[in-house]
Write a new protein. Structure first.
Length: 702
């Protein structure tokens, strides 16, 4: 019945909940979620960036600004599911939590009785939260005695390379970039993957700064820079060594900084002497003048900041490339200024209390084997002892890992027991024996560090869990109870885990979870003008920037930065490059984040369908025209893509923006059908961008 004119509609009360973006991005945005009471339940109606948070500054990226579409997606998994069809077919029936957890516990107990190392976790950065990430999961897995997972798929090459060079993962504060006069985006498409740094770079540009992009692809960021240097994939170390050559030849060096705060200059000078500009030009596929002019700009323009990102480490020599680039601000003294230096990650300044959070004492002296997540395809099929069970959470390995045909074959084993904690029926979930419904960020508590800024950010639950979804932490608590794990740590709440996340020392000396939970965020205990290496104080064994690393020498590695050619190098006279003459890279599509958001209809509509961008010269040689369908292939597999003929791709290098779920592709495959499981020089990381292919036209445009 409609209310009369005298009756007032009840006014729905709205509240604002402080939250954090959970996704694998350096920006780690502080969010404000508007919640309304409807029929006795809280409903989220708006998600925006926190305008008071200095780095978020009220702005969210296109993906996360549509987070409600993800939380309230019609395809959310809201109840436990048990497989009833063939693996990979995606046929499941609803079961109760009790039945699901009882059966899972029984299956895991039986495997653990034979050998707990046959159980393998598989997780990464589906959430970057310390509670819903590994907080309770690590406790469960330690108690179980499961195999360790070497989480290498994104950042381990660069992270370990920094550790050998400057001692830790830290660098230029994002809040200083607008004061730089030269900003170098090295393997970084900031518009797509570091939006809030890009806004500061734009402010620096308005103040007269020059922006240079170093990237095989003319990305959205490269298009808006003053200069784009298009190296061939896997040649970044050669370019950095060539820059060193010019700096040393011209005497463009901060000799005082080198003398006081570095180790191994003379040896590095001998190495750099091998990389004169003509040689570097031949290796990188650029001109010698680009090397020389870049070195001049880098020396003369101060302060200069390098935003280094993970794309350039995804080749055989990726670790050495990071080492070489990290040496540059020490040679030139750019570390002296807060707006100078290099930034790859700030995660090293957060002292996580791993003992309190992960409880390694639950291992009780056991030393399980380690499985590298980047070679999971090989290990699922060939590990000894074999992998009998996999617990997947915060990841989608069938879509995101290298050589995915072999990964899918491994997950397709009928004798493999697989449990997947998920929001949606991903490519991996289709292979599960059980799919357990997990909460999204709006439905649980968590605490976040960042790898791009200097703030702890809190996430409060804005709404009750939808359906029967549970936080990851609670799923592992309940599973621990089913398996008879009675240690008190399994009863701790998410708030108690969040309170234990950081050590009360150093940059988190004043960390107080309840205070952060109420305020939403807290800056680390660091100076406002944070210049970590202005006066040396590197975290290496010598306390200096180590051009020469004795640690590397002791493990049989080259102690100096080196150019290590790709496993699969285009343009060389080899049998492989004759068959497959094009390098291919697969940087993130702007509207996806790894494989997250690929199923959000509005975002996938913007991306269209899986494509390959190919330079006009390479297209003409293959009779490929814009809009035609092509087969992209190598010895590992083949995929069907839509061709885009464009000079955004440099000659000799094709580009396939990723990562698409396989089920959204015409042929049920994605680019990782073609990538290999070969690992990097440092960090045991994947080599996604060290890949040769051939492309052939299959159909003309419609």
């Amino acid at each position: 019945m409609m209310p009369s004119a005298l009756q007032a509609e009840p006014i729905a009360t709205e509240t604002i909940v402080r939250a954090a973006c959970p996704h694998d991005c350096p920006d780690t945005c502080a969010m404000l979620v508007t919640v309304r009471e409807e029929n006795g339940r809280r409903v989220a109606i708006k998600v925006v960036g926190d305008p008071t948070h200095p780095t978020t500054a009220g702005t969210l990226c296109t993906k996360v600004s549509r987070y409600l579409e993800r939380t309230y997606h019609a395809d959310r998994v809201l109840h436990p599911l048990k497989r009833v069809g063939a693996k990979g077919a995606g046929r499941f029936v609803r079961v109760s939590w009790d039945d699901a957890l009882s059966d899972i516990a029984a299956r895991l107990c039986a495997i653990a009785a034979r050998d707990p190392e046959r159980i393998v976790p598989y997780s990464y950065a589906g959430t970057m939260g310390l509670v819903q990430g590994e907080g309770m999961a690590a406790r469960f897995l330690h108690k179980l005695g499961a195999s360790f997972l070497d989480r290498t798929i994104c950042s381990s090459a660069g992270g370990e390379a920094l550790a050998y060079t400057i001692g830790t993962k830290t660098g230029t504060d994002i809040e200083q970039f607008q004061n730089s006069k030269l900003i170098l985006f090295w393997g970084c498409n900031a518009i797509a993957s570091n939006l809030h740094l890009w806004s500061r770079a734009q402010e620096a540009k308005r103040r007269g700064a020059k922006l240079i992009a170093i990237d095989p692809y003319r990305s959205l960021t490269a298009e808006k820079c003053h200069q784009h240097i298009a190296l061939m994939p896997g040649t970044d170390a050669a370019f950095a060594l060539g820059v060193m050559y010019v700096l040393m030849q011209e005497g463009w060096l901060d000799r005082d900084y080198i003398e006081r705060y570095t180790l191994g200059y003379n040896a590095l000078a001998e190495r750099a002497a091998e990389f004169d500009p003509p040689r570097v030009a031949a290796i990188c596929g650029i001109s010698a003048g680009e090397v020389e002019e870049f070195a001049r700009e880098y020396w003369q323009t101060r302060p200069a900041a390098i935003r280094l990102n993970y794309g350039m480490q995804r080749a055989r020599g990726g670790g050495n490339a990071v080492r070489a680039i990290a040496c540059l601000p020490a040679l030139t003294g750019h570390w002296r200024d807060a707006a100078g230096g290099v930034l790859l990650s700030t995660s090293g300044v957060y002292p996580i209390d791993t003992n309190a959070l992960y409880r390694p004492e639950l291992l009780a002296g056991k030393k399980p084997r380690t499985i590298n997540m980047s070679t999971i395809g090989h290990d699922l099929n060939h590990a000894d002892p074999p992998i009998d069970a996999v617990i997947v959470y915060n990841s989608n390995p069938v879509a995101v890992t290298p050589q995915s045909g072999e990964v899918a074959r491994g997950f397709g084993r009928e004798d493999l027991f697989t449990v997947v904690l998920e929001h949606f029926m991903t490519d991996t979930a289709d292979y599960a024996d059980y799919v357990l419904p997990a909460t999204t960020q709006l439905e649980h508590v968590d605490v976040h560090r960042s790898y791009g800024h200097l703030y702890v950010v809190a996430n409060n639950a804005a709404i009750e869990p939808l359906g029967e979804a549970l936080p990851n932490s609670d799923i592992f608590r309940r599973l621990a109870a089913k398996m008879g794990f009675e240690d008190p740590c399994f009863s701790e709440t998410d708030d108690e885990l969040a309170a234990q996340a950081f050590k009360p020392q150093g940059a988190t000396a004043s960390y107080d979870w309840q205070a952060v939970k109420e305020s939403g965020w807290q800056r680390l205990d660091l100076p406002a003008q944070y210049a970590p290496f202005a006066e040396g104080n590197f975290s290496t064994p010598s306390g200096r920037c180590e051009f020469h690393s004795e640690q590397l020498a002791r493990i049989g590695q080259d102690p100096l930065p080196a150019h290590i050619a790709p496993y699969e190098e285009a343009g060389r006279d080899t049998a492989l490059s004759q068959r497959y003459p094009l390098a291919i890279i697969s940087p993130p599509a702007r509207n996806f984040l790894n494989s997250t958001f690929a199923n959000v209809i509005s975002l996938r509509a913007v991306e269209g369908e899986p494509t390959i961008e190919i330079h006009p010269r390479d297209a003409q040689a293959r009779s490929i025209v814009d809009g035609s369908r092509v087969r992209v292939f190598n010895d590992r597999g083949s995929i069907d893509l839509l061709a885009r003929v464009t000079d955004r791709a440099r000659p000799g290098c094709a580009v396939a923006l990723s990562i698409w779920w396989k089920k959204f592709a015409r042929d049920g495959k994605n680019i990782n059908e073609l990538t290999s499981q070969a690992l990097t020089d440092i960090g045991r990381a994947p080599t996604f961008y060290d890949c040769l292919v051939e492309v052939e036209a299959t159909r003309s445009p419609a």
